[in-house]
Design a protein around this ligand. Structure first.
Ligand SMILES: Nc1nc2c(c(=O)[nH]1)N[C@H]1C(S)=C(S)[C@@H](COP(=O)(O)OP(=O)(O)OC[C@H]3O[C@@H](n4cnc5c(=O)[nH]c(N)nc54)[C@H](O)[C@@H]3O)O[C@H]1N2
Ligand SMILES: Nc1nc2c(c(=O)[nH]1)N[C@H]1C(S)=C(S)[C@@H](COP(=O)(O)OP(=O)(O)OC[C@H]3O[C@@H](n4cnc5c(=O)[nH]c(N)nc54)[C@H](O)[C@@H]3O)O[C@H]1N2
Ligand code: SF4
Ligand SMILES: [Mo]
Length: 743
C-alpha cells in the first residue's frame, strides 16, 4: 500500500497552524544587553561569513557583525542577518515522532523512537541484505558530523548505499578538480582576487547566492580589474561587467572551447608553463580545432566579436581569476564544462601565483569540508577512494574494522531513489536533506517515498520529505553543537555550540552515536565531544589529498581559520596552492582535458520550444525548508515566479502577473509571470525553493552527468501557456495543495 504523506490537517492537529516567524516585519527582539555574544559562522552558504550570535536566557535572540573575521569583515547578506530567527521557531521539532495511520505524527519518547528505527534496520537488512537500507546526508552538517555519518553508514549500518546532497551541487566541480589537479579545492584564498587584472564569473549569480563575494569583486574593480560574466541572464553582477556573454543554456564548453582556440591562434599562451608543468595540451588543442568563432556563435548564440573580445581580454592579462558555480556544473556534461574552464586557466599559466587563481564557489555551508570526509557513495575520509585497496586499508585501520568488512562503492543520490522504485532498496535514513523538493523530476521521488517499507529522518523542521517518514528524530541546528566547517576558500573554521537543543531535541551526533550503540558498534562511536571526532578525522585524513592532520581546534581559533592541506602541527596551512607547480596528479603535472562539445540531453523542439533553467533567489535557501519559515525572507520573495523576456511573453500574450502553465515531458505547473528584459528570449527561469505544486522540480529532467552523477538542473525543454488567470487566482485544488505544502 502506498505510504502517502501525512496530511496538512493531521499536521495542524499536532503542531498547530504553520507560522512564518515572525509573520511580518523584523520585530523580534535584538536586545542590547545579551548574556553572551558568541563568535561563530553563518549556517547558510559556503562563504561561511563570521557572525556573532546574541544569547539571552539560553536562547539565540539576535546577532552582531563580527568585524575581525578576515573573510567578510562584518558583512552579512539578508539570509545571514535573519538566520537567528530559526532558533526557538514555533515549527521547531521538539521531540521524536512516530507516524500513526489516521492520526499523523504522534510525539514519542527517544527510547521508543530508537527501538523502532533499530528494529526496522535489522528487519529490512536481514530480509533483503545490508545494502537494502540506504542513507542520505547533507553538507549543512559540520566536518565532524559529516565524518561521523560516513563512518556510521559503513561501520554501523554496514551499507554501501550512502550518498549526500552535494551530489546535486559540488560533484562536477570535484571531479573536474581531481582530474586536473588531483585535489578538490579552490586554488587560492580569495584575497588574491583583489589585484587580479581580469575576472571571469561563469554560471554563478554571485550577487544573490554569494552576496558577500560581490564586495571582493568590487574591490578588485576599484583596483582596475576587468570583469567578464557568462550567464544566460543579466544577473545583477553582469550589469556592471565589462563583458556579459548571455549564452544559450547548456553551451558553456562550446564557448570556452572557442575562447581557447582564440588563445591558441593568437599565442596568448604561457608556453613555458604548458611545456613544463602540464600534460594533455596537444590532445586539447586537437579537440578545439573545429571550434571556430563562427561555430561558437552558432552554438552559443553569442556574437563572435564578443567571444573574441572576451578571449582577448583574458588572453592578454597578466593576472586573472576564474570562478564558477552551478550554472556550468548542473549539466549532463558538468564535469566537461568544469574541465573546459580549467583549460583556459592552464593555457595562460595563471595559477599558483599571486592574484592568479581558479575556484568553484562552494554552495552549502560546509560544501567544501563535507565533500572531503567520506559521505559520498564512492569516498572515504580525506577524499580517499573507496575502491582503492590502499585507501580502504588505511581507513579501516583508523576505524578499527577489517578491510573486507568495509562496504564498497554505493549508488549516488538520485540512483538511490531509482533503486527504491525498482524495489531494491527498502529502508532509508536521512539527515539534512530534503530530496522531495531538491531532486529533479520529483514525481519519481514521491513514488519512492511512498514505496519505502521504512523511512526515518533527522531534522529540526518538518520538511516535505519528512512528511513521508515513519519516525522523525528531532535533531539540532548548526548553533547547537561544537564543530568545524571548511569555507569555499578552503579555510577550516570553528562553529560554536551557542545554545543547547530545545525541548527533547538532541544533537545530531548524539542521535547517530546512540543508533550506532544500539547496532552493536558503540565502542567505535564513543566520542566524548566534537573535538575527539575531529581528532579522529585528522588521523583519517593524514597523508591524503585533503590533509587536515596538522589542524587542531586550538590552532583554528587562534588563527581565525587554517587552510588545508596542513600536514603537521607546525605547518602554517596553504592559502595558495601550487606555488611550487607540483600538482597532486600521478605525473605531478596539471592535466588539460579535451572537452569536445556535447549537446544538452533535451533540446527545444516543436512541442517544447523553450529552454527552462532553474536556480535561486537571494532571500530563499535551497529547498526552502529553513528560509520559508522566516517571515522577513518570505516577504522578500513569497512564491516562485517565472522569469520570461517581454518578447517571448508577447508571443504567448503573457503579461506581468499572469498565471502561466509551464510544461515539460515530466509534468506541468503554474507560475505567475515576472516579465523581465534580463533573460534571453529563448529561455525561462524558475527558482526551485518550494515544494508540492510550487516545485520547479516537477518539471526538471533527471538526466545525470555520467562521471559526477549530477542532475541536469540547468537545462531542459518546456512550453508555456497563458491560463487567462492572474497571480493568486489558482484553482481550489491548487489552493488546497498549497496549504498542504506549507509544511
Ligand atoms: N540566496 C541563496 N544563496 C545560495 C543558495 C540558495 O539557495 N539561496 N544556495 C547555495 C548553494 S547550495 C549553491 S549550490 C549556490 C548556487 O549558486 P549559483 O550557482 O550562483 O546559483 P544558481 O541560481 O543555481 O545558478 C547560477 C546561475 O547559472 C545561470 N545559468 C543557467 N544555465 C546556465 C548555463 O547553461 N551556463 C551558464 N554559464 N550559466 C547558466 C543562471 O542564470 C544563474 O544565474 O548558492 C549558495 N547560496
Ligand atoms: N531545480 C533545481 N533543483 C536543485 C538545484 C537547482 O539549482 N535547481 N540545486 C541543487 C543544489 S546545488 C543543492 S545543494 C540541493 C539542496 O537540496 P537539499 O539538501 O535537499 O536542501 P536543504 O534545504 O539544504 O535540505 C536540507 C534539510 O536539512 C535540514 N538541515 C539543515 N541543517 C541541518 C543540520 O545541521 N542538521 C540536521 N539534522 N538537519 C539540517 C534542513 O532543515 C532541511 O530540511 O538542491 C538541488 N536542487
Ligand atoms: S553570504 Fe552566505 S555565509 Fe554570508 S551571510 Fe549570506 S548566506 Fe551567510
Ligand atoms: Mo548547492
Amino acid at each position: 500500500m502506498a505510504k502517502l504523506p501525512v496530511t496538512a490537517d493531521e499536521i495542524i492537529n499536532v503542531f498547530g497552524p504553520h507560522k512564518h516567524y515572525p509573520n511580518k516585519g523584523t520585530v523580534r527582539s535584538n536586545p542590547q544587553n545579551p548574556d553572551a555574544l558568541v563568535k561563530t559562522h553563518c549556517c547558510f552558504c559556503g562563504l561561511q561569513c563570521g557572525i556573532q550570535l546574541k544569547v539571552k536566557d539560553k536562547k539565540v535572540v539576535g546577532f552582531e557583525p563580527w568585524n575581525e573575521f578576515p573573510f567578510n569583515e562584518g558583512r552579512l547578506c539578508p539570509k545571514g542577518v535573519q538566520r537567528y530567527m530559526q532558533d526557538n521557531h514555533p515549527d521547531r521539532l521538539l521531540s521524536p515522532y512516530k507516524r500513526v495511520e489516521g492520526k499523523g505524527f504522534v510525539p514519542i519518547e527517544w527510547d521508543e523512537a530508537y527501538d523502532v528505527v533499530i528494529n526496522e534496520i535489522k528487519r529490512i537488512q536481514e530480509k533483503y541484505g545490508k545494502n537494502s537500507f540506504a542513507m542520505l546526508s547533507g553538507v549543512s552538517l559540520t566536518n565532524e558530523k559529516s565524518y561521523m555519518v560516513g563512518k556510521f553508514a559503513r561501520v554501523a549500518l554496514k551499507t554501501a548505499n550512502l550518498d549526500y546532497n552535494g551530489r546535486l551541487c559540488m560533484v562536477s566541480a570535484g571531479a573536474g578538480n581531481k582530474k586536473a589537479f588531483g585535489m578538490d579545492r579552490s586554488s587560492n584564498s580569495w584575497a588574491d582576487l583583489a589585484h587580479a587584472e581580469v575576472i571571469i564569473i561563469t554560471g554563478a549569480n554571485v550577487s544573490e547566492c554569494f552576496p558577500v563575494l560581490t564586495h571582493k569583486i568590487w574591490e578588485a574593480r576599484d583596483n582596475g580589474a576587468k570583469l567578464i560574466v557568462i550567464d544566460p541572464r543579466q544577473i545583477p553582477i553582469a550589469r556592471t561587467a565589462d563583458i556579459h556573454l548571455p549564452l544559450r543554456p547548456g553551451t558553456d564548453s562550446a564557448l570556452t572551447n572557442t575562447m581557447l582556440k582564440v588563445l591558441i591562434d593568437n599565442n596568448w599562451l604561457d608556453n613555458d608553463f604548458i611545456n613544463n608543468y602540464t600534460s594533455g595540451f596537444e590532445e586539447t588543442v586537437a579537440a578545439v580545432q573545429e571550434c571556430t568563432l563562427e561555430w561558437g556563435e552558432e552554438v552559443t548564440g553569442i556574437p563572435k566579436e564578443l567571444i573574441y573580445k572576451a578571449a582577448e581580454m583574458w588572453g592578454k592579462a597578466k593576472t586573472s581569476f576564474l570562478m564558477h558555480a552551478r550554472g556550468i556544473e548542473h549539466h549532463s556534461k558538468g564535469v566537461q564544462n568544469v574541465s573546459s574552464c580549467i583549460n583556459l586557466v592552464l593555457a595562460t599559466g595563471r595559477i599558483g601565483k599571486p592574484y592568479c587563481g581558479y575556484g568553484t564557489i562552494t554552495g552549502q555551508g560546509n560544501g567544501q569540508g563535507g565533500r572531503e570526509h567520506g559521505h559520498k557513495c564512492d569516498q572515504l575520509p580525506g577524499n580517499r577512494d573507496i575502491e582503492n585497496p590502499e585507501h580502504r586499508k588505511f581507513v579501516a585501520n583508523v576505524w578499527g574494522i577489517k578491510e573486507e568488512d568495509m562496504p564498497g562503492k554505493g549508488l549516488s543520490a538520485y540512483e538511490i531513489i531509482e533503486a527504491i522504485n525498482r524495489g531494491e532498496i527498502k529502508g532509508l535514513l536521512s539527515i539534512c536533506f530534503n530530496p522531495l523538493v531538491s531532486l529533479p523530476n520529483n514525481s519519481n521521488v514521491r513514488a519512492a517515498l511512498e514505496k519505502l517499507e521504512f523511512y526515518a529522518g533527522i531534522d529540526f523542521f518538518l520538511s516535505e520529505t519528512l512528511r513521508h517518514a515513519n519516525i522523525i528524530l528531532a535533531g539540532s541546528l548548526q548553533e547547537e553543537e561544537e564543530g568545524t566547517t571548511t569555507s569555499a576558500e578552503g579555510r577550516v573554521i570553528r562553529i560554536r555550540a551557542v545554545v543547547d537543543p530545545p525541548g527533547k531535541a538532541k544533537r545530531d551526533s548524539e542521535i547517530l552515536m546512540e543508533l550506532a550503540r544500539r547496532l552493536g558498534q558503540g565502542d567505535k562511536f564513543n566520542y566524548k565531544n566534537s573535538e575527539e571526532t575531529f581528532n579522529e578525522l585528522r588521523v583519517a585524513s593524514r597523508g591524503s589529498a585533503a590533509d587536515y592532520y596538522g589542524i587542531t581546534y586550538e590552532r583554528v581559533e587562534k588563527n581565525l581559520g587554517i587552510f588545508w592541506p596542513c600536514p603537521t602541527e607546525d605547518h602554517p596551512g596553504t592559502p595558495r596552492l601550487w606555488e611550487d607547480k607540483v600538482f597532486n596528479t600521478n605525473d605531478k603535472k596539471a592535466h588539460f582535458n579535451p572537452t569536445p562539445y556535447k549537446k544538452p540531453t533535451e533540446e527545444p523542439d516543436e512541442d517544447y520550444p523553450i529552454v527552462l533553467t532553474t536556480g535561486r533567489v537571494v532571500s530563499q535557501y535551497l529547498s526552502g525548508s529553513q528560509t520559508r519559515r522566516i517571515g522577513k525572507l518570505v516577504d522578500l520573495y513569497p512564491e516562485p515566479l517565472l522569469e520570461i523576456h517581454p518578447k517571448l511573453a508577447a508571443k504567448y500574450g503573457i503579461e506581468e502577473n499572469d498565471l502561466v502553465k509551464v510544461s515539460t515531458r515530466r509534468g506541468s505547473a503554474l507560475f505567475p509571470a515576472n516579465v523581465v528584459e534580463t533573460i534571453r528570449q529563448d529561455t525561462v527561469f524558475i527558482p526551485y525553493h518550494w515544494g508540492g505544486v510550487n516545485s520547479a522540480n516537477q518539471l526538471t529532467i533527471d538526466a545525470l552527468d555520467p562521471v559526477s552523477k549530477i542532475p541536469e538542473f540547468k537545462v531542459c525543454a518546456c512550453k508555456v501557456e497563458k491560463t487567462g488567470r492572474k497571480k493568486g487566482e489558482n484553482s481550489e485544488e491548487f489552493a488546497n495543495q498549497s496549504r498542504d505544502i506549507q509544511y
